[in-house]
Design a protein around this ligand. Sequence first.
Ligand SMILES: CC(=O)SCCNC(=O)CCNC(=O)[C@H](O)C(C)(C)COP(=O)(O)OP(=O)(O)OC[C@H]1O[C@@H](n2cnc3c(N)ncnc32)[C@H](O)[C@@H]1OP(=O)(O)O
Ligand SMILES: CC(C)C(=O)C(=O)O
Length: 546
Amino acid sequence: MDAAAVSSFDGQALDHVLIFDTTLRDGEQCPGATLNTEEKLAIARQLARLGVDIIEAGFAYASPGDFEAVQKVAEQVGSADGPVICSLARALKPDIEAAAEALKPAAKPRIHTFISTSDIHLQYQLRKSRAEVLQIAEEMVAYAKSFVDDVEFSMMDATRSDPEYLYQVIEAAIRAGAKTINIPDTVGYVMPEEFGQLIKGIRENVPNIKQAVLSVHGHDDLGVSVANFLEAIKQGVRQVEVTINGIGERAGNTALEELVMALHVRRSYFNPYFGLPVDSEKPLTHIKTQEIYRTSRLVSNLTGMLVQPNKAIVGSNAFAHESGIHQDGMLKNRQTYEIMDAQTIGLQSSTLVMGKHSGRNAFRNRLQELGFHLSEQDLNKAFIRFKELADKKKEISDLDLEAIVNDETRPVPELYRLDHVQVVCGDKQAPTATVRLITPDGQELMDAAVGTGPVDAVYKAINRIVDIPNKLIEFSVQSVTAGIDAIGEVTIRLRHEERVFSGHAANTDIIVASAQAYMNALNKLYFALHAARSTPEQREAATQKI
Ligand SMILES: CC(=O)SCCNC(=O)CCNC(=O)[C@H](O)C(C)(C)COP(=O)(O)OP(=O)(O)OC[C@H]1O[C@@H](n2cnc3c(N)ncnc32)[C@H](O)[C@@H]1OP(=O)(O)O
Ligand SMILES: CC(C)C(=O)C(=O)O
């Protein structure tokens, strides 16, 4: 940067916040999240689509794998119109050399070098005096600058460091050429107001601070890192170091999606801190928010770090509503219970989850979406069944709703009765079942079959008697009571052509319950076919068939 540019540059006057993504470096420091080069490349490409300004691709000196990953990201994602590609490096020559080498293919390379400044780190970790660290910082920034123009300098454990000492180190780093000064809350210790005051102090006490972009880096040990960053932004910070889904060392790093969406949703609150009119629509970051959800899924899938359902923005419940009062409000006007549109982060829509807290309006709405238009009377009957089932089952699926409506609006007589079921099985025995069914006119029909397991054998034996093609699409057993003598509740669903029929039964013997549930569903299927036939002869023929 030439002298004129230096004197006019004011890193804190930017009208937007630079997003520095460190998912591939600090995010990967999260236990169990190791990524290989191909995976890192896939994430880096998606980060570029997301619109991050800087990708910290790794710590080149740390291992040959990390070196290769930084190099490949630099080569394949670091084009002139793409993001800045960065490598971390301790304030040591070999680290800086490795970073410089790995970053060579990048159009816009950045070396991010760091050293601790807190007394506890100096005394126990580095075993160096303040004066020594001050000198190392200046020398190593200058050394990094001999390789690349874009050098970032961080003071590890800054928030537990003496501010007066920080001012000196920052000034030295800027003097040596650092373009970005990063203030890490390495151990997630600082509180929002304190962090804001620290930033304010730096701006007021470091003579050449305007020659650099002020940046923050945070960890979520006390769950306040997003709040810390927002406070820092209000005090002039214009780069934030974040990770997707907030993954990272210990309790994780500040989550990109939370920080970006806070700035997006509360733009009018933050605009004045950027010198913008309150009602300005100008985005405060370069992030394409519609790519947020896709990026979150990719990172979760590749790192194996699951996103908790209640996680802000990208958790599976973030746009899901279960309680009746909220669902009713949502149906009347989405904004009654939503501060952002699901589509803003790339989801298709928010969801109304049917469960025990749902009310009639949401129930009716969902049934209508499924194509059922019930009378008030049928709706009320179905709603009572729905609430009973919801007390037992956490979430009611569309198939459950379909089954409830079919049961309540089309009551089914027990056309075929299971009279007897017997199973022989064991570790050296092919599971064999014998069943006897009684038809409505009192006939006894008996058959036997071998299956892959006892339930399969029972179903095959029943199918040999009740010859209606169907496909079992769901089978679930739940124990209703506790202990060895628990009642087992079996719920099944079977499909015949386009229609789904459910069966349900409870018994202390789960094989008997399974057989009864199957008969329950088959009776509904038979009845549906039977009712469709218009003449008594056809009805008779259908009965004969079974
Ligand atoms: C807060 C952060 O997230 S910092 C980044 C943390 N990330 C990582 O550590 C991941 C990658 N790290 C590694 O693979 C290894 O730790 C390596 C390759 C960097 C170093 O490995 P080793 O040489 O075996 O050293 P080791 O990790 O045991 O100890 C760290 C050394 O670096 C020194 N050190 C730590 N930070 C710095 C720094 N910023 N600048 C200079 N030296 C430093 C420590 O004092 C210690 O030195 P010592 O061996 O003289 O006591
Ligand atoms: C290297 C720095 C930025 C860091 O990761 C931290 O202090 O947490």
